[in-house]
Write a protein of this length. Structure first.
Length: 82
């Protein structure tokens, strides 16, 4: 094992290509863009459709019963301190 390490220390390492940094940035940016679009399509669209469906179901319930469905949960952001 030491023999191999000693031989590796003697090898000349070629310099990195000058365009390496640019290529890495382009590949990384493409990957991040695709990841953001997929995340928006899967999470954001599902979230938006869920809220739209909730509103539509409320509309249907109001149309059928004549009463607006009351949601008793407090959805406000305040803690009750005035």
């Amino acid at each position: 094992m030491e023999d191999l390490l000693e031989r590796l220390t003697q090898l000349k390492v070629p310099p990195a290509p000058t365009t390496l940094k640019r290529e890495v940035h382009h590949r990384l940016n493409r990957t991040l863009l695709v990841q953001q679009i997929v995340g928006l399509a899967t999470h954001g669209a599902v979230y938006a459709c869920g809220h739209l469906l909730r509103g539509l179901l409320g509309l249907v319930a109001y149309t059928l019963t004549g009463k607006f469905p009351v949601d008793r949960r407090d959805r406000s952001d305040h803690t009750g301190d005035a």
